[in-house]
Design a protein around this ligand. Sequence first.
Ligand code: FES
Length: 122
Amino acid sequence: MAGERRLCATEDLVDGGAGVRFLVEIGGRAVSAFVVRFEGLAHGYLNQCAHVPMELDWQEGQFFESSGLYLMCATHGAVYAPDSGLCVGGPCRGASLSKLRVDERDGNVYWLPESPYEAPAG
Ligand code: FES
Protein backbone atom coordinates (compact mmCIF):
# COMPACT_ATOMS: atom_id res chain seq x y z
CA MET A 1 0.00 0.00 0.00
CA ALA A 2 1.33 3.47 -0.86
CA GLY A 3 3.07 5.27 1.97
CA GLU A 4 3.01 2.40 4.41
CA ARG A 5 6.09 1.68 6.49
CA ARG A 6 7.25 -1.78 7.45
CA LEU A 7 7.90 -1.80 11.20
CA CYS A 8 9.05 -5.34 11.92
CA ALA A 9 8.50 -9.00 11.20
CA THR A 10 5.50 -10.76 12.72
CA GLU A 11 7.74 -12.89 14.94
CA ASP A 12 9.41 -9.79 16.39
CA LEU A 13 6.22 -8.96 18.32
CA VAL A 14 5.47 -11.43 21.10
CA ASP A 15 2.07 -11.23 22.77
CA GLY A 16 2.43 -9.09 25.90
CA GLY A 17 6.16 -8.77 25.20
CA ALA A 18 8.54 -6.05 24.14
CA GLY A 19 7.34 -3.45 21.67
CA VAL A 20 9.05 -2.04 18.61
CA ARG A 21 9.67 1.70 18.58
CA PHE A 22 9.53 3.85 15.46
CA LEU A 23 9.26 7.52 14.54
CA VAL A 24 6.36 9.43 13.06
CA GLU A 25 6.20 13.10 12.12
CA ILE A 26 3.57 15.59 13.20
CA GLY A 27 3.86 18.91 11.39
CA GLY A 28 7.52 18.19 10.64
CA ARG A 29 8.33 17.26 14.25
CA ALA A 30 9.57 13.73 14.93
CA VAL A 31 7.61 11.91 17.64
CA SER A 32 8.26 8.48 19.10
CA ALA A 33 5.71 5.74 18.50
CA PHE A 34 5.52 2.01 19.14
CA VAL A 35 3.76 -1.16 18.20
CA VAL A 36 2.98 -4.07 20.54
CA ARG A 37 1.05 -7.31 20.26
CA PHE A 38 -1.92 -8.09 22.50
CA GLU A 39 -4.28 -11.06 22.21
CA GLY A 40 -2.80 -11.83 18.83
CA LEU A 41 -3.21 -8.41 17.25
CA ALA A 42 -0.67 -5.65 16.62
CA HIS A 43 -1.56 -2.24 18.07
CA GLY A 44 0.30 1.00 17.40
CA TYR A 45 0.33 4.18 19.48
CA LEU A 46 2.22 7.41 19.88
CA ASN A 47 4.78 6.91 22.61
CA GLN A 48 3.31 9.70 24.74
CA CYS A 49 1.57 9.35 28.04
CA ALA A 50 -1.89 10.94 28.07
CA HIS A 51 -1.00 12.55 31.40
CA VAL A 52 2.20 14.41 30.52
CA PRO A 53 3.64 13.92 27.01
CA MET A 54 6.50 11.69 28.15
CA GLU A 55 7.59 8.44 26.57
CA LEU A 56 6.03 5.43 28.25
CA ASP A 57 8.98 3.05 28.19
CA TRP A 58 11.63 3.80 30.75
CA GLN A 59 13.47 0.73 29.52
CA GLU A 60 13.40 0.80 25.76
CA GLY A 61 10.60 -1.34 24.33
CA GLN A 62 9.13 -2.27 27.74
CA PHE A 63 5.54 -1.08 27.41
CA PHE A 64 3.67 -3.82 29.25
CA GLU A 65 3.54 -4.02 33.02
CA SER A 66 4.53 -7.32 34.59
CA SER A 67 1.23 -9.16 34.05
CA GLY A 68 1.31 -8.48 30.31
CA LEU A 69 -2.31 -7.28 30.47
CA TYR A 70 -1.78 -3.52 30.44
CA LEU A 71 0.53 -0.98 28.91
CA MET A 72 2.11 1.16 31.57
CA CYS A 73 3.80 4.53 31.68
CA ALA A 74 6.98 3.98 33.66
CA THR A 75 7.08 7.56 34.95
CA HIS A 76 3.97 7.86 37.11
CA GLY A 77 2.28 4.52 36.52
CA ALA A 78 -0.68 5.24 34.24
CA VAL A 79 -2.02 1.93 32.88
CA TYR A 80 -3.68 1.55 29.51
CA ALA A 81 -5.78 -1.11 27.82
CA PRO A 82 -3.51 -2.44 25.06
CA ASP A 83 -6.28 -2.84 22.48
CA SER A 84 -7.98 0.56 22.82
CA GLY A 85 -5.32 2.74 24.44
CA LEU A 86 -7.81 3.84 27.10
CA CYS A 87 -6.24 4.79 30.42
CA VAL A 88 -7.83 2.53 33.04
CA GLY A 89 -5.80 3.60 36.05
CA GLY A 90 -3.43 6.29 37.22
CA PRO A 91 -3.32 10.05 36.89
CA CYS A 92 -5.00 10.28 33.47
CA ARG A 93 -7.82 7.72 33.88
CA GLY A 94 -10.35 8.14 31.07
CA ALA A 95 -7.86 9.70 28.64
CA SER A 96 -6.37 7.67 25.79
CA LEU A 97 -3.14 7.05 23.98
CA SER A 98 -3.14 8.27 20.37
CA LYS A 99 -3.78 5.21 18.23
CA LEU A 100 -1.98 4.64 14.95
CA ARG A 101 -3.20 2.49 12.12
CA VAL A 102 -1.24 -0.71 11.71
CA ASP A 103 -1.68 -3.67 9.45
CA GLU A 104 -0.17 -7.12 9.52
CA ARG A 105 0.14 -9.40 6.55
CA ASP A 106 2.55 -11.82 4.90
CA GLY A 107 4.68 -12.05 8.01
CA ASN A 108 5.23 -8.31 8.47
CA VAL A 109 3.77 -5.48 10.52
CA TYR A 110 3.17 -2.12 8.81
CA TRP A 111 2.22 1.38 9.87
CA LEU A 112 -0.25 3.13 7.58
CA PRO A 113 0.33 6.88 8.04
CA GLU A 114 -2.84 8.92 8.37
CA SER A 115 -3.23 12.65 8.98
CA PRO A 116 -1.91 14.30 11.13
CA TYR A 117 0.84 11.67 11.19
CA GLU A 118 3.37 11.42 8.38
CA ALA A 119 6.23 9.09 7.67
CA PRO A 120 9.66 10.69 8.19
CA ALA A 121 11.68 11.03 5.01
CA GLY A 122 14.20 8.32 4.22
S1 FES B 1 3.76 10.89 32.56
FE1 FES B 1 2.89 8.96 32.31
S2 FES B 1 1.76 8.56 34.11
FE2 FES B 1 2.43 10.60 34.24
